[in-house]
Design a protein around this ligand. Structure first.
Ligand SMILES: Nc1ncnc2c1ncn2[C@@H]1O[C@H](COP(=O)(O)OP(=O)(O)OP(=O)(O)O)[C@@H](O)[C@H]1O
Length: 477
């Protein structure tokens, strides 16, 4: 299986060079891999490259590769979880079915049986494929509600994703008819009131802790609590955290200094794990996971959901606002996210308004449709960011203008359209931005990803098409 994986074209999906992409096994890859510009760049820059012993990795870890067409089992999610996830979550009062979880998604079908055996897993599946519920079901199968200690920790890269995961975990906990206190879920997120959390953690430790890395490490460094009783540690959007120069040090510490992989079950999740062979190797070498970690790779040859239709409109930089307006009028999305690039430091220093502000002003005066126009960007304070997402989740259509802060993990299933007002910087960013639409696992509904590009940007988009294996049609206005 390992050698088969090395020959599938999805390995051409290769974003910018990162700190953990430091090995070189390119000589063993399919020649098509070398067509990737990113790959050529990586080859040039991998001065400290070394050949890793793939065979050794293959002997200890294992791969489960699945593509939707190959699935034959018709078990329901409840059947897969029976005997593992407690009855009170599955059967009584308000059941999984009532929440809407009847059939398992591919990642749930492939990963849950392995997770229930206690093995560490890397959940690698498309955006919107249900990875959150996969690891939460494992957590609910392991925690003892009678015990007053932190038994599961879920690490997330952003406050917004943390709030979302907390909400799903609380929904599952609340649907059970056991003593809710036993299943408390605490969100320990950047921008929160850490002092209040400190006393809470000491007096009444929650069973499940959802945390951003900085806040979690702060508590651990101050010895407010320890990870001794943690049975499962999940790192969501794991590639993002390892890429982030601000967060990678803390993540490594969390995985090796604050707790040991032998004493916990470790789960990593993401829709993009570039050079996953290297990553599995690093997991074992660095003791982030046990040696028999399983890489569960769903839709390996198709990194993007098929329900997404990709379009581009060629335009001048100066008339992008008008083009976007024309698209909004003609496509009439039910709800949409408009992704805008981050303002450069140079532009900030020059005192220019960020593109998000300019676009918001334009839309507020020119857009005549019924969707509510909202903004989400990193520079906003935490309360305003939370307010934007709360408003969206209250229902009604929205037009969310956002930077890449909304590109990872955010689940707004009503989103029918993504507009890349500015083209994303990397192929990974493209995958995650596009994946904010098409998030209803069993729906046939097609969603649109529209790219507003200048003639010079066409080749960049073409590269994304090649690496993610989709094709983008030109849309004439
Ligand atoms: N078995 C299921 N049946 C129906 N809906 C499901 C099922 N599992 C998950 N979902 C729904 O699918 C949507 C996407 O799930 P989730 O947010 O876990 O995706 P993800 O794989 O984590 O995506 P991303 O990589 O973008 O973070 C959610 O709205 C969730 O409620």
């Amino acid at each position: 299986m390992a050698s088969q994986l090395l020959n599938v074209p999805h390995l051409a999906f290769f974003p910018k060079i990162s700190s953990f992409l430091h090995h070189s096994l390119f000589s063993t890859l399919n020649p098509s891999f070398f067509h990737s510009t990113y790959t050529r760049k990586a080859l040039k820059s991998s001065s400290n490259s070394r050949i890793i012993n793939l065979q050794a990795v293959a002997e200890t870890s294992s791969e489960i590769e699945s593509n939707s067409a190959t699935n034959t089992t018709s078990s329901t999610l409840r059947q897969i979880c029976q005997g593992f996830v407690p009855e009170h979550i599955l059967h009584r009062q308000a059941s999984m079915e009532e929440i809407g979880f009847i059939s398992p998604t591919d990642i749930q079908r492939e990963a849950l049986p392995t997770l229930f055996t206690g093995r560490d897993c890397i959940l690698h599946a498309q955006t919107g494929s249900g990875k959150t519920l996969t690891y939460l079901l494992l957590i609910f199968s392991l925690i003892n509600p009678q015990r007053s200690s932190v038994q599961a920790v879920i690490v997330v890269p952003t406050r917004e994703l943390g709030m979302q995961v907390t909400k799903v975990a609380r929904m599952l906990a609340a649907k059970s008819d056991i003593d809710v206190k036993g299943c408390t879920v605490m969100a320990l997120l950047d921008g929160g009131t850490l002092r209040r959390h400190k006393s809470w953690l000491k007096a009444e430790p929650p069973a499940i802790l959802v945390a951003t890395v900085a806040s979690l490490c702060h508590m651990l460094e101050k010895h407010i609590f320890r990870l001794d009783s943690v049975k499962v540690l999940v790192v969501d959007e794991v590639d993002f955290l390892f890429y982030s120069s601000k967060q990678v040090g803390s993540v490594r510490k969390l995985l090796t200094s604050f707790s040991s992989c032998d004493k916990r079950q470790t789960v990593f999740a993401s829709a993009s794990i570039p050079q996953h062979k290297h990553f599995v190797h690093d997991c074992i070498q660095q003791k982030w996971t046990k040696r028999d970690v399983v890489h569960v790779h769903v839709s390996a040859i198709m990194p993007m959901p098929l329900c997404l239709l990709h379009r581009f409109v060629m335009c001048e930089k100066t008339n992008k606002h008008q083009v976007l307006l024309a698209l909004l009028e003609s496509d009439a999305p039910e709800s949409a996210i408009i992704f805008v690039g981050e303002q450069s430091e140079k532009s900030k220093k020059a005192g220019n308004d960020p593109s998000t502000t300019l676009l918001m002003e334009f839309l507020k005066t020119s857009y005549k449709g019924s969707l509510e126009i909202l903004l989400l960007e990193g520079d906003m304070n935490f309360n305003s960011r939370a307010a934007s997402l709360t408003e969206i989740r209250q229902g009604g259509g929205f037009l969310l203008v956002s930077t890449d802060i909304a590109a990872r993990g955010i689940d707004l299933p009503e989103t029918t359209h993504i507009f890349n007002f500015d083209l994303p910087q990397t192929v990974t960013d493209y995958l995650h931005r596009a994946g904010r639409a098409g998030r209803k696992p069993f729906s046939d509904r097609k969603c649109i990803v529209a790219n507003l590009i200048t003639a010079e940007e066409r080749f960049v988009l073409q590269r994304y098409e090649n690496e993610l294996m989709f094709s983008c049609e030109e849309r004439m206005l």
